[in-house]
Design a protein around this ligand. Sequence first.
Ligand code: 5GP
Length: 183
Amino acid sequence: MNIDDVQGDLTTVLFTEEQITNRINELAAEIDRDYDGLQPLLVGILSGAVMVMADLSRAMRIHCEMDWMAISSYGSGVASSGVVRILKDLNISVEGRHVLIVEDIVDTGLTLAYLIDNLKSRNPASIEVCAGFRKPDAASKNVPVKYLGFDIPGDFVVGYGLDYAGRYRNLRGLGVLDPAVYS
Ligand code: 5GP
């Protein structure tokens, strides 16, 4: 789905597909350098991180493995519930592994704080975070995102894996959803 297909639902187009691809490629090159010879385990957080994971992992030139977790998030609303619960756990053990959490977006940082704590207790060799987007709240709280795509405003955004009520995940760019769509 292209920006043109849903232009009327967005108040602002924040990034085109090309801008996102270019930034993800830069992050992949950084990760290649930092994890050379370490075969990191990329842990994607379903469902929003699917696009970041697909693009990031394919842009990487080193070997990696991928696994997925699903946790409770916003449901179909637009405000953080603050409740984090594992709906699907990893298949691969993280013990002794270099874990890179791959997230779509960091807002309050509650989800990441929970995930980092949870995965740390399983004795990985290291644990870092790569996120496509970060909102001001997380930026001000020093949520530890080592590999960040873009800082964005606090508005509710859709596209590039991020949904509203299950829709817009397949939108190629990232845009601010018009509040008229959800009010
Ligand atoms: P946090 O725990 O950092 O507040 O929220 C993280 C999760 O909330 C993200 O993984 C994502 O699923 C969801 N989220 C946060 N902001 C947005 C947004 O602007 N749009 C969408 N679609 N989801 C968001």
